[in-house]
Ligand binder design. Sequence first.
Ligand SMILES: Cc1ncc(COP(=O)(O)O)c(C=O)c1O
Length: 447
Amino acid sequence: MEKKNFITPDHLKNAVKAVRGEGIYIYDEEGKAYIDGSSGPMTANLGHGNKEIKESIKEQMDKISFTYRSQFVTEPLLALCEGIAKAAGGDLNKVSLCNSGSEATELALKMVRSYFKAMGKPEKGKIISRWASYHGATIETLSLSGHSERRRDYSPYLTGTPQLEIPHCFRCSYEKKYPECGIFCARYFEKLVKREGPENIGAIIIEPVSGAAAASVVPPFEYFKIIREICDKYNILLISDEVITGFGRTGECFAFQSFSFPPDIVTFGKGISSGFGPLAGIIVKEKLYEEMTEKGVEFGTGHTYGGNPLVAEAGVSVLQYLEKHDTVKQVKEKGEKLFSMVKALEKSLEVICEVRGKGLLLGVEFAEPGPLSEPFSKEINFTKRVVDKCMENGLIVYPSRGFIDGVLGDSVIISPPFIISDEEMEKLVLIFEKSVREAYKDILKLG
Ligand SMILES: Cc1ncc(COP(=O)(O)O)c(C=O)c1O
């Protein structure tokens, strides 16, 4: 089979054909094995070909594969919503399902709109977001996303722009130093609210640990307490985008739990089905939802396949797997091990300027060797060089570039499946070290 009928973006021109997946490995048609060191885009969290999930989907297929959301509910759908609410804890009890993280962001925006409309404050329509960030590929979610490369081609359509900076202490946009800064980047949110007028702002959307746009930047612990206080002071809803971080990735079921801040709305996707099908959604505080419905406003929006029985069953099965194998606790432990193994590379690979992250969501940033950690030029594209070398050597890592100013900033995300063993982690780190070394040697040759 050729690629001639497939719209092939540039980066896929030389793509290998995947034919099989097992555990942390993906195999191509020549039998070459690749360690899936990023779980795809932080999605195949339980690895490839997980037997327990496969069997449960097969069983569901024998019962019924599809029902329409406005006509039926099903056992997997209800069990999934119950399981998700239990995992989120507190008052986060109401769940609405869709197919992708982008749709989940859209659902969250619609929920904010419906809520403030019900509360008699329809003018609270603005949403604040941050550079660098990523909340989805649809026009509205891209408008919220602080990701220059992904925005560029669509800028005439985009309706908004992010306004806050992320808390990346290593390269603080405000050129301040933690902790003397007093978490200025969080406090700045209040200034912004006052300038825009709190009566116009409905919500702020935040990835608790950065994903594709800034490779696992972790905020200082106090960050979310400040953001939450400002939200409460000005009646602004807090949306935690947990499309990547949800369901164990950072060593807690949701990342907001490790920062002890209760969001009003949580978005999720990716890992909830561990790659077995398109499944995503939002979790909403019950109190907020009830206040809205008491005013007679329903939230009936949805998508044809949202929460269909097959993917809902996959989601139930993922939640059962996580509980049965105490996987989230293991992510924390494995994450700490992997972090110290990657961090140790800094000594021999001067080109690594920062290793960051939480749980099994690690970011490795690269810069010119030296005390100033000057970023590589755009033309060098060190990120691509590392990703390509890793691929050549049998390891998949996820690229993240342009987080400093939209152009500069090179990094990759290492986020293997939760089932990775100690030996497999050692192998991953060895291949990564070799690949970074080779990528750097190549640019030295350029002179
Ligand atoms: C934090 C975050 N939110 C939303 C999305 C959009 O999800 P999807 O690609 O499933 O539409 C992504 C995708 O990478 C993401 O990382």
